[in-house]
Design a binder for this molecule. Structure first.
Ligand code: PLP
Length: 486
């Protein structure tokens, strides 16, 4: 590994070569074969444009809009576009954040701080709500009430309503959920929250920029946006289906009064008065300028066309899954997610989903395994973007091949002593040494993460709290200062 701070500066060409070399180890961000982490519209010239726009504003600081009105203008333009797309009224306002997690944390903060008298403010979410809500609750010391979803994987409005207490500051639901890609019944939950006078946030971080276009194309989806009475805020990530480079999400509120407690202000020190609408104080204008450029070059008609391509790709993928013995669709492919599971619903016979994910990866298709959760079996998640439409016709054959290979390899059989040792572990027993030994034993020591079935199988039978402790330990193991020799 190169030194980030060499004794003497290094020429630019060499540095760019080193960075490109490093990137070769990454999953392919383009090419329509990566079904998580990245969103690719496969539009010629878009990357170059976004990069150029990013460069123009990279050093602009969002800390003070009076010093850098260009950033304020761009943010207001992005919020305006989202208010229009998500049907906010004339009173709607919004903020630009760095990502979905920040938008959700701020939605929870605004709700919590609108009720300062409560000892234990509470947040109600369905069990399919994004993990970022748990993070928000944790950071903000808000109690989390998790309501089981129905058999259709959607939030149950009656159960959500029943979970609302006088201390509930916010109810939230997804449009759609990340894990399964299904839209919660937003109007019903909104009505229940409104009847109790409680704020209701729609997490449309994932799908907020594509659902309106899918609806326009004829998809039968429930209403989910600010036009629904009772929805008080909504989040949508531009770095997902708006196809902007990473680092931009929007949090919209029905009106300014609802947004006000989101702000943080502090004048009680000798320096400048700090007024922050979002979590970061100093913020780069780069991602915001890149997002503006992306929206303007694609345009409304362009997003409709990209949604159409995505919709066709989802249909082809879903057909391939339905036609392949050994796997089946786990959730209806009604938005942009294809979620599949093993026909027999588990890893104890037939197709081991974690082996299947490895086999798909060996064929160049990078999917995202999801662990069993409560009564739900393990699944494989595919986030589908417009780029997939170019490659999707090769999927069915590779899926069939991967299933056959997974059957031939058989399910992962973890060594008995390992299962026993894991069974006896509690989160408190997880130490850095233990994690290092486990990582070594599972073949992760060398940094090769291509065959993950054994690791995933172990994690799949590990209770969530232990899984959290093990993966925290593993990440901490990876995050070590590098020296020139490594
Ligand atoms: C529904 C939903 N909400 C929130 C998030 C968090 O977004 P981010 O990773 O940008 O913080 C995601 C990310 O996938 C998501 O799918």
């Amino acid at each position: 590994m190169f030194e980030a701070l060499p004794d003497k500066g290094v020429p630019g060409d060499q540095i760019l070569g080193e960075l490109r070399e490093l990137r070769r180890a990454d999953l392919p961000t383009h090419g329509g074969r990566l079904f998580a982490y990245v969103y690719d519209p496969a539009l010629d010239g878009l990357d170059d444009l976004a990069r150029a726009a990013h460069a123009i504003s990279a050093h602009v600081n969002g800390l003070d809009p009076t010093a850098f009105p260009s950033l304020l203008a761009m943010e207001n333009a992005l919020v305006g576009a989202a208010v229009k797309l998500l049907r906010g009224g004339p009173e709607a306002v919004g903020s630009v954040t760095s990502g979905g997690t920040e938008s959700l944390i701020l939605a929870v903060k605004a709700a919590r701080d609108s009720r300062p008298g409560l000892t234990t403010p509470r947040l109600v979410i369905p069990s399919t709500g994004h993990a970022a809500f748990a993070k928000a609750a944790h950071y903000l010391r808000v109690a989390l009430d998790v309501v089981p979803v129905g058999d259709d994987l959607r939030a149950d409005p009656a159960a959500m309503a029943a979970a609302i207490t006088p201390d509930t500051v916010l109810v939230a639901a997804s449009a759609p959920s990340y894990a399964h890609g299904v839209v919660d019944p937003i109007p019903e939950i909104a009505a229940a929250a409104a009847a109790r006078g409680v704020r209701f946030h729609v997490d449309a971080c994932f799908g907020g920029w594509v659902l309106p276009y899918l609806s326009r194309l004829g998809a039968d989806l429930p209403e989910f946006d600010l036009a629904v009475p009772g929805v008080t805020s909504i989040s949508v990530d531009l770095h997902k289906y708006a196809y902007a480079p990473k680092g931009v999400s929007l949090l919209l509120h029905r009106d300014e009064t609802l947004r006000l407690p989101q702000y943080f202000a502090y004048a009680d020190w000798p320096g400048y008065t700090m007024i922050n609408p979002v979590i970061s104080s100093t913020r780069s204008g780069g991602p915001i300028a890149a997002a503006v450029a992306t929206l303007r070059t694609i345009g409304d008609a362009g997003y409709l066309e990209l949604a159409e391509r995505t919709r066709r790709a989802v249909a082809v993928l879903a057909e391939a899954v339905a036609a392949t013995d050994g796997v089946r669709l786990f959730a209806p492919p009604e938005t942009t997610v294809v979620c599949l599971t093993a026909d027999d619903g588990g890893v104890d016979g037939g197709v081991d989903l974690f082996v299947l994910a490895d086999e798909l990866a060996a064929r160049g298709w990078h999917t995202q395994p999801q662990m069993a959760f409560g009564a739900l079996p393990a699944t494989v998640h595919l986030t589908v973007t417009a780029a997939v439409s170019a490659t999707v016709h090769e999927f069915a054959a590779d899926l069939a091949g991967a299933v056959a290979a997974a059957r031939a390899r058989g399910p992962v059989r973890l060594p008995e002593p390992l299962i026993e040792a894991a069974g006896a572990l509690t989160p408190e027993m997880v130490t850095p040494d233990l994690v290092a030994g486990l990582a070594e034993g599972l073949g992760l020591g060398g940094g090769d993460f291509t065959r993950m079935a054994a690791v995933n199988s172990l994690l799949n039978v590990t209770p969530p709290a232990l899984r959290e402790a093990l993966l925290t330990g593993f990440l901490s193991l990876l995050q070590r200062p590098a020296t020139a020799t490594e």
